[in-house]
Design a protein around this ligand. Structure first.
Ligand SMILES: [Mg+2]
Length: 443
């Protein structure tokens, strides 16, 4: 489950990479070597809190989810807290035990959004090719900006200095000829640093790093690689492309290109919107749910937000997936296809409930739930009808859903809600927040 889901925040998942590995890419490279920066704000949440509260400067600080809503985990930490062993994802009281002088702050997402947009305004003065990767990271293609501002390293240092001077935040910037290496570069020296990775030094600088450092090598992928004796990025790069393709399909081809610096994916324009692949919403309940009668209205509440998001993006769902986390933090995920494409909160909730009834064995009470609308299509796409569905009633229900959504958009998200949702005591208060979290896709 994503960090957004874990924090009870609605999210819209978008794809964020291109798999343009055709030979055309190398022709392009011969014409003009690209200069790409990856700029990463250091300890973003904690740094913003320090700007807002100068008394935190130099202290061990952790930004933690609200303990009342049981999100009491460390979301970000300052350098000093990091040195004391505090890690992101750690439970709050454990962090406090490791570092007794730790200052704990609640997150202020609206401020993080504000600072993120201010930093992007600085980037926009150097290029309009700015592709965000979460709230605190961006790729910038400055190939065409060099005549005006100097080479990549100069631009990177300029940006680093300006962000520090104007906003009080620090960034680490990687400079390279492709996105995957620029990203690795920004991780190499932290905080407040610039790392250049070029065609001459990339093998010595990157190939010795563990393969899990590479973009999109997650825990499962890394485990499989290590199981085959492929430990470093260099090990991956030296394999045949077809070997990685055999292991991971299309993704294997992409990883091979990433490891070899053959990643030709463009940095998108700042106004480009990535196609939405799924729309989901997750909640950690204030107290565990102990029976299915308690689960049902929670699913309806989650689906209300999904219906609203699908409508805003002009999309319909052809499937639903349900993530269930139990009291002991065991997580399971199941999915089903829908008979008719829909954005009706009621239908999505019913599908999620059907999955729950079929799949959940009630070994333990339920702690968190995530509903996601999947297999999305545009709402103007043509669908095959059948003789047995009552389309007139479906149309009436859709008009009702739209009217409810209009009223809630105009007067606030909880103006018209089903009675079962209104009486829910176990829902966290901030479940309607909308934001973007670092390290995730754009939500
Ligand atoms: Mg960061």
């Amino acid at each position: 489950m994503s960090a957004a889901a874990a924090n009870g925040l609605p999210f819209v998942k978008k794809t964020c990479f291109s798999d343009d590995l055709t030979e055309k890419g190398s022709e392009f490279r011969m014409e003009r070597e690209r200069v790409i920066l990856h700029s990463d704000l250091n300890s973003f949440y904690a740094s913003v809190e320090t700007v807002l509260h100068p008394e935190y400067e130099g202290e061990a600080l952790a930004v933690c989810g609200s303990t009342e809503d049981r999100h009491g985990i460390v979301l970000a930490k300052s350098e000093k807290a990091k040195m004391a062993g505090v890690k992101t994802g750690m439970v709050c009281h454990e962090a406090k035990r490791l570092c007794p002088e730790l200052i704990i702050s609640e997150p202020h997402y609206e401020m993080y959004l504000e600072f993120s947009s201010l930093v992007r305004k600085i980037y926009a003065q150097y290029t309009d090719l700015i592709e965000p990767f979460g709230l605190d990271e961006c790729w910038l293609d400055v190939t065409g900006s060099q005549r005006m501002f100097g080479g990549g390293e100069l631009i990177a240092n300029d940006i680093r200095n300006r962000v520090k001077r104007e906003l009080g935040l620090t960034v680490s910037v990687g400079v390279s000829f492709c996105k995957s290496f620029a990203k690795l570069g920004s991780d190499m020296k932290k905080p407040d640093a610039v790392t250049v990775i070029n065609r001459e030094n990339f093998k010595s600088m990157l190939w010795g790093l563990p393969a899990c450092e590479l973009l999109f090598v997650g825990r499962a992928t890394y485990k499989k690689l290590v199981g085959c004796g492929i430990v470093t990025i260099g090990d991956m790069a030296k394999l045949k492309k077809s070997t990685l393709e055999m292991m991971f399909g299309v993704k294997g081809r992409m990883l091979w290109a990433y490891a070899n610096g053959c990643d030709h994916a463009p940095v998108m324009h700042k106004d480009f919107e990535f196609p939405v692949k799924s729309v989901g919403h997750g909640i950690t309940c204030k107290a565990d749910l102990i029976c299915k009668e308690e689960v049902r209205p929670v699913l309806l509440e989650l689906s209300r937000d999904i219906g609203h998001k699908l409508r805003a993006h002009k999309l319909l769902a052809n499937g639903v997936s349900l993530g269930i986390k139990d009291k002991s933090m065991c997580y399971e995920n199941h999915r089903c296809a829908l008979k008719n494409s829909t954005r009706s909160p009621h239908e999505i909730a019913m599908a999620a409930y059907a999955i729950f009834e079929d799949c959940y064995m009630w070994r333990r009470p339920v702690r968190a739930l995530t509903v996601t609308a999947i297999n999305l299509v545009g709402d103007s796409s043509v669908a095959q009808t059948d003789l047995f569905t009552d389309y007139i009633t479906l149309e009436k229900c859709k008009a009702l859903d739209d009217a409810v959504d209009d009223i809630n958009t105009r007067f606030g998200g909880k103006t018209l809600v089903p009675l079962s949702v209104r009486n829910l005591k176990k829902l966290p208060d901030n479940s309607s927040h909308e934001t973007t979290l670092p390290g995730n896709f754009v939500y």
